[in-house]
Write a protein that binds this ligand. Structure first.
Ligand SMILES: Cc1ncc(COP(=O)(O)O)c(C=O)c1O
Length: 398
């Protein structure tokens, strides 16, 4: 019988672990940009649950929407069978904000599942099998998503998906490798887990042109970059390249689990035939998640939050960029990679920042940098306080 064990012990022994060194903060409650632990310590969340809580924790409007929908109904039927108001309302609003070809949304539960669905859709629609993606990318942890990402995570899981080519991001010569055999090109417009690697001028546009020429579907993974994180609703708006399929999740659900892939009706319809049920999901588009997503999207389009993202990101960048331990800061909106001059310093910095009451995060594929991605609602005054703490922590490194 389990009795009198600490929560830390239960966590470490009864929950499957993703690493040997989880942060293991015991959070009692969260509000706005703040996390409160059971030991009475207050932290500033500078990572937003990895680009999820773009509107801070427990935003009143989001919580109300969740509670109201839970009282009306929760799960009714597997995705795609019943007509459910929250799914319709969200789709109508989101589609009205997107280019005309992105008109039909398929709801799923997560970013990985959305990537799986998007790849399957491309294969079925084009009747081709080759998938092109990019080195150092992260698209998720399921077998298909793993197949099109960084090599580091693949060890012992092979064989993975066949017919996958991984090209160098930002290398123009590679673009010609996209051919009439290619079902889809999957790209993060900004490679997040590689440490916020931005596309070089015209790289995405040239890729997009090549996809058009070869009848290849261009899939944008905006799981991490979407919903205002980069200063526009989606990052692709900042480049002259529109996706055939847009993949979304994370901040989409306003803190509830939700993902989706969006395409033209013509392309999307191919999942429903030859044979039917091209992708099936029980919980995809859960009504409570969709209600939460509507509230979150309304915050983004009906307030001034989005218009201030860039200047807030600039403020962090300008305050930290000349610190002697900083090699380079790469940023887009409020997603920043602070790359330090020595590898060992990044892990030390994350711990030192935690001591200062700031939660930041590492990147999966860049050991030199730490991630700053606060809720977009953070104020300039809060940013100044945070930057003072970061400078103090960086000063003490070495
Ligand atoms: C760009 C990108 N794609 C896909 C995923 C996978 O999303 P999820 O963890 O919801 O499966 C992530 C998660 O970090 C991501 O950053």
């Amino acid at each position: 019988m389990v009795k009198n064990l600490s929560n830390r012990h239960l966590f470490l022994n009864y929950l499957g672990q993703t690493s040997k060194h989880p942060i293991a903060l015991e959070i009692k409650k969260a509000k706005g940009i703040y996390l409160y632990t059971s030991k009475g310590k207050k932290y500033i969340d500078m990572v937003s649950g990895v680009c999820v809580n773009n509107f801070g924790h427990n935003h009143q409007k989001v919580v109300e929407a969740v509670v109201n929908q839970a009282k009306i109904h929760m799960h009714l039927m597997v995705y795609g069978e019943y007509i459910q108001q929250p799914q319709l309302q969200y789709a109508k609003t989101l589609v009205s904000l997107l280019p005309h070809n992105l008109e039909s949304i398929y709801y799923v539960n997560s970013g990985s599942e959305a990537i799986e669905g998007a790849i399957k859709l491309a294969k079925r629609f084009t009747k081709r099998t080759e998938i092109i993606a990019f080195k150092n990318a992260y698209h998720g942890s399921t077998h298909g998503a793993l197949s099109i990402g960084h090599e580091n995570l693949k060890n012992t899981f092979r064989p993975l998906l066949p017919d996958v080519k991984l090209l160098e991001f930002n290398n123009r010569e590679n673009i010609l490798k996209v051919s009439k055999k290619t079902a889809c090109v999957v790209v993060e417009p900004i490679q997040a887990e590689a440490g916020v690697i931005l596309p070089e001028e015209d790289f995405l546009k040239d890729l997009s042109d090549r996809c058009k020429k070869t009848g290849t579907l261009f899939i944008f993974d905006e799981v991490q970059t979407g919903f205002g994180r980069c200063g526009t609703l989606f990052a692709f708006e900042q480049y002259e390249a529109a996706p055939d399929i847009l993949v979304i999740a994370k901040a989409m659900g306003g803190g509830m689990p939700l993902g989706g892939f969006i395409s033209s009706k013509n392309i999307m319809d191919s999942l429903a035939e030859n044979p039917t049920a091209g992708h099936i999901t029980t919980f995809g588009g859960h009504p409570v998640s969709c209600a939460s997503a509507i509230a979150a999207l309304n915050l983004l389009i009906n307030t001034s939050i989005l218009s201030k993202v860039k200047t807030k990101g600039d403020l962090i960048y300008n305050t930290l960029k000349n610190h002697p331990t900083v090699f380079q800061i790469r940023k887009t909106g409020l997603l920043l990679a602070v790359e330090l001059k020595e590898k060992k310093l990044a892990a030390k910095a994350i711990n030192a920042l935690l001591e200062e009451g700031l939660v930041t995060d590492r990147f999966l594929f860049n050991d030199y940098a730490f991630r700053i991605a606060p809720p977009l609602t953070i104020t300039k005054r809060e940013i100044k306080t945070v930057c003072k703490k970061i400078i103090k922590a960086l000063d003490a490194l070495k």
